[in-house]
Design a protein around this ligand. Structure first.
Ligand code: ADP
Ligand code: MG
Length: 708
């Protein structure tokens, strides 16, 4: 029997080769195929006349065949078929290549809905290989046609046909809906199977919205249930009470006074730590607002109370920097700090692990700093008290789950420059208290921001030269080098009826570094990307910190936290490829010292080819300097991607858990709230879901993804 778990090869015409192509899209089974939701929809329902056909894309046209199709033979067995077709506004030449058999499909007088890009030369129109559907009054042609993310070997036609077949094969078996009927009735939902079918083949826009509503809800519902069940596994946790009489020993070492906001946040953290209820707090503060010292205060409180702390950063570079800063601070207080990275030699790792687990407090390491690998490396603490996660939004689902687990008997502090939406925090953490640092240390200057296109290259180089001559240093950030291979994993519903134009070519980081080295012989051009060995990265970074490198070309590995006060210019290539919060983070790398600093966002396309949306997005960067406002904009424009995974970066790319296929945390906030509420209510009535076996098996997939 064919089920959702049957391999795609059960479909007619799918052999080894095509199955392998599907596998590249992550599609192994029929279920995967149906979960490969459309990326956008072609709006073939909006009929245009030849005279006002779109210039920037395809149009739907109703044309009558006006001349007998003629086959023109070329050499080497090639041929084309051409005929004229017209509407009230003009006459168009229609051409198909190497498809002579279409001759009989287009008799004179027959009417079709054509879908294609109309080329125009004066009054002369032409259409090359358009999609043609026979049209007659009263015939219903679907106005919306799904467009999918594709790969070599899988055409749109192929996948459309296969989805259709899969829907038919599975239709019979999908009468059971996993959702309790009360909830379906309460929300007036379509049955799940119907919603799925309509998402792939909507009858109209309304239909599509209904289908989407059901599926988005289901996505949030499954996720909320999964997270709640995972949290429930451990009973009423407690954490060690941590208290100190005074923070002065730590604070008196600082060369500055805390801002009012920092004082408030530290007081909140201090109160949490003094209670046996595990702290679960997020510190949100703009780039440069001074979150690190708040974490340091928490660490110090824990250590002074005889407990150990772990500080996790999303990248090795950032972990090293934290280590450099904090070990110099803490060594003066007698706190023992260790750095534990993937690159740490095995013997030293063993030593650090032993020192973390040492039964005698006198032999113990008090604070260990590392990347998220800390959690999975089987590190054991003799007396754990506090876990701090920096730039938490960069962690993947798996880390978050591990973190949540660690958090059961320790205090948990997360820091982020990107405010996590309340709704999302709720389903990820259950309850997460929020501390805001809404004030920057005094004397910070604004980083003037410019948006330019490639035609400014010469002037830009001149600008770089001047910064260098003044003794400043320059960052150049390019999208990750492997970016070109990995198609974005997101469903673009904001562009629902307007699939984005083809993306401009990427400025490849490697090539660009070489180019710049030739243009600027007066300085050293450094190079940094995720695939370099850890030692190479470190060498490059410290050369930049020491001022030996004038220009550092990198992928987004430098995005978070890096501190080089002498850097005065941040250039971001293909800036349209980055999320706003990401750009804001990047901009925050400069303007950290006394130098007047600048940020130049270079778009890969010339201004007129850049989509309207991209232009609007970058405009936000030029006019807004408030990280919170930017994060909000980002959430509105791009959805939650940036909060959950690192799309254009070198850090680990996580797909499990809440990588939403469909939902958008900003737009669908109401659905999310409803789903989370319903999930909670259902678990109150039936804590193990024993009356809902279908739900149970769905959820185990969700949580399986989360913890695997
Ligand atoms: P972020 O919030 O981005 O992690 P950091 O903690 O790295 O910010 O702080 C950025 C810089 O500001 C550091 O060099 C730090 O020493 C400095 N800093 C932090 N707090 C203050 C303050 N109250 N006054 C002056 N400088 C501060
Ligand atoms: Mg920081």
């Amino acid at each position: 029997m064919v089920t959702r778990n049957s391999p795609v090869s059960v479909l007619p015409g799918i052999g080894k080769v095509k199955a392998a192509a599907y596998a590249k899209l992550g599609i192994l089974t029929l279920g995967d195929l149906l979960l490969h939701y459309p990326r956008a929809y072609e709006n073939r329902g909006e009929i245009r006349e030849l005279a006002n056909a779109r210039e920037d894309g395809k149009s739907a046209l109703i044309l009558t065949v006006g001349s007998e199709p003629k086959v023109v033979r070329l050499r080497s067995h090639k041929s084309f078929l051409k005929f004229k077709a017209f509407d009230d506004s003009g006459v168009c030449e229609v051409v198909y290549f190497n498809q002579d058999y279409l001759k009989s499909v287009f008799p004179i007088g027959a009417v079709f809905r054509f879908w294609g890009k109309v080329e125009r030369k004066g009054k002369h129109y032409s259409l090359s290989s358009p999609v043609a559907e026979p049209w007659a009054p009263g015939v219903h042609l679907p106005p919306l046609c799904a467009v999918y993310r594709l790969t070599d070997g899988i055409t749109l036609k192929q996948i459309t046909k296969d989805v259709e077949t899969a829907l038919q094969l599975l239709r019979e078996q999908e009468l059971c809906d996993p959702l309790p009927p009360e909830l379906i009735a309460k929300h007036g939902f379509l049955p799940l199977a119907v919603a799925e079918e309509h998402l792939h083949r909507p009858l109209d826009k309304n239909d599509l919205e209904e289908a989407r509503r059901r599926l988005v809800y289901q996505e949030f519902f499954d996720f909320s249930l999964g997270m709640a069940l995972m949290r429930r596994k451990t009973a009423a946790p407690t954490a060690p009470v941590c208290r100190v009489a005074s923070l002065d020993p730590l604070l008196s070492l600082l060369p500055y006074r805390l801002t009012g906001a920092q004082e408030r946040v530290i007081a909140e953290v201090r109160a949490d730590l003094a209670s046996p209820t595990p702290m679960s707090r997020m510190i949100v503060g703009d780039v440069g607002s001074g979150k690190t010292i708040c974490a340091a205060a928490a660490i110090w409180i824990a250590v002074k109370s005889g407990r150990q702390a772990a500080l996790m950063a999303p990248t090795e570079i950032l972990a090293r920097q934290h280590y450099a800063d904090l070990s110099s601070l803490f060594s003066r207080l007698g706190v023992r700090v260790a750095l534990l990275l993937g690159a740490t030699p095995a013997a030293e790792k063993r030593k650090i692990r032993a020192a973390l687990a040492a039964p005698d407090p006198a032999d113990r390491v008090d604070l260990v700093i590392g990347t998220h690998a800390l959690l999975s490396d089987g590190v054991e603490f003799a007396a754990s008290g506090l876990v701090v996660a920096d730039e938490q939004h960069r962690f993947g689902a798996r880390q978050r789950a591990a973190l949540a687990e660690k958090g059961q008997n320790t205090h948990l502090l997360v820091m982020s420059a990107t405010p996590i939406p309340r709704s999302l925090a709720l389903i990820l953490y259950g309850d997460l208290s929020l501390s805001k640092i809404d004030e920057l240390p005094p004397g910070r200057q604004r980083v003037d921001t410019f948006v330019v296109d490639d035609s400014y290259r010469d002037r830009l180089n001149e600008f770089i030269r001047r910064q260098l001559a003044d003794g400043g240093q320059v960052y150049v950030v390019c999208p990750a080098i492997e970016e070109e291979e990995t198609a974005p994993d997101e469903v673009d519903f904001t562009g629902l009826f307007d699939p984005e134009p083809a993306r401009p070519p990427l400025k490849a980081a490697v090539t660009y570094a070489k180019e710049l080295a030739a243009v600027f012989p007066e300085t050293r051009v450094g190079f940094l990307h995720g695939k370099l060995k850890s030692a190479q990265k470190e060498a490059m970074m410290s050369a930049f910190v020491a001022g030996e490198i004038g220009i550092l070309v990198s992928t987004t590995v430098i995005e978070v936290g890096v501190n080089v006060p002498n850097a005065s210019l941040m250039i971001v290539e293909n800036a349209e490829r980055f999320g706003l919060s990401q750009l804001h983070q990047l901009r925050g790398r400069v303007g950290r010292g006394l130098r007047k600093s600048y940020c130049v966002l270079v778009t890969g396309a010339t201004a007129d080819r850049l989509g309207e949306r991209s232009r609007e997005r970058l405009e936000v960067m030029r006019t807004t300097y408030d990280g919170f406002a930017i994060a909000e904009q980002d959430l509105n424009q791009r959805g939650p991607g940036d909060f959950l995974a690192s799309s254009a970066s070198d850090t680990v790319r996580q797909s499990g858990g809440l990588s939403l296929r469909l939902g958008n945390l900003a737009e669908d906030a109401l659905l999310l709230a409803a789903a989370a509420q319903d999930a909670g209510d259902l678990l109150t009535i039936d804590p193990t879901l024993q009356s809902y076996p279908l739900l149970q098996s769905r959820i185990s997939t969700v949580t399986g993804n989360l913890i695997s």
